[in-house]
Design a binder for this molecule. Sequence first.
Ligand code: UGA
Length: 455
Amino acid sequence: MFTRRVAVVGTGYVGLTTGACLASLGHQVVCADIDTAKVERLRRGVVDILEPGLSELVAEQVTAGRLSFVVGASSAVSGFADGGDGSGQAEVVFLCLPTPMGVGGVADLRAVEAVVEETRELLAPGTVVVNKSTVPVGTAARTAELLDRADVAVVSNPEFLREGSAVHDFLNPDRIVVGCDTAEAAERVAALYARLGAPTVLTDASSSELMKYAANCFLAMKLSYVNAMAELCERVGADIGDVTEAIGYDRRIGQAFLSPGPGWGGSCLPKDTHALLQVADAADFEFRLLRATIDTNTRQRQRIVDKVRQAVTGRRTGSLTRVRLGLLGLTFKAGTDDLRDSPALAIAALLRQAGADLVGYDPALVGDPSNPDKPARTEVDGVPLVADPLEAAQGAEAVVVLTEWPVFRTLDWTAMAGVMKQPIVVDTRNLLDSATLRRAGLTGIGLGRRDTGAA
Ligand code: UGA
């Protein structure tokens, strides 16, 4: 079997998934992080992030002897047992580092720069350095400049995995994209994934870097469009579920990514839309469509607050002061415990600002009794958390569903109704069955839905 010695620097969602999945494809992988405690936990098989199948895959690959963890990028680069060719050096080094939004929405590349600095002298001739993080166009060129090693190629190989289905997405990609100005290096990286049999686009580094933004911004645009369409449905008496189902059958549109919600969030879409806007501004290009995509999303949060206000007080201008609200779901989407740029938290902040008393419940934040590293959270961003949805509903003038956790569908809504002060549920994910709510004596208010009415 074709195998390579692969170093992965950074053990966040992307890095850990990349490391474990590449090991499962037969490669020899050493993953590095600067966080010593995290590396210790990973060595003990403790995976901090909630990601289906990831901890099992990590354990399996560690046991198989293909995956190990070290502290620091330099240890990963030279952390291999001699592969028989006299070298304990990595052949391919993946950079899976955070690229947070810096000043003015520009991606902050300090983590990438620090690792390049640390490993520059250690890389064996012929090593390929691969950037997997979403980075501005020109980063591969900039990395090559910083490395200043004519015998080391820098490749862009963006990752498309979604949180909550990272392992599945990595192993079942719609496509692999590898960008490099040296064809041989691009082919070497593409070969790592050969067993996946996915369509592969080999291109130059700039096109590869830009296409990742192009994909995420297109997805964001699709969602802003759907949220705007849901609002229009309310105004003209149409149903967004029927509209999206019908347009989704058009293969050019597709059914995926058409659910209205409280706005898109998470660690990628907000960061990437702002970063691409910066790229456009810097290139003196007025990207109106992208700006409108972001503005529509910002407005969506206020729209949800207005909906809650109307539902609870019966008036567009009613006061939410000391109105108790139970929030169901705080993570940015279901299937993850990630709170980064969560629309739920942004809406909670607006509701608090409007004077509401909030109590939150999220199934991913109640802790894991079998894992001492995962205690229950008691509050998040000033919102007190409870361990049971019924407790969140206690005395509430409305329950607001903010994350599409499937478990909310099957709650005992009659019991929920029994403890609430007013029988109102604002369902910002159109998750709940309206007939079930009605039977429980509750008024459900969704987004653009014919059968739940519009507030
Ligand atoms: C996103 C992309 O989907 C991945 O392809 C990409 O690799 C990743 O960013 C990245 O750049 O690393 P992710 O941030 O994990 O993945 O989350 P998504 O599943 O895309 O959801 C983003 C937001 O859109 C969430 O707030 C979610 O609730 C919202 N959403 C998604 C909707 O409101 N409706 C939908 O139909 C789908």
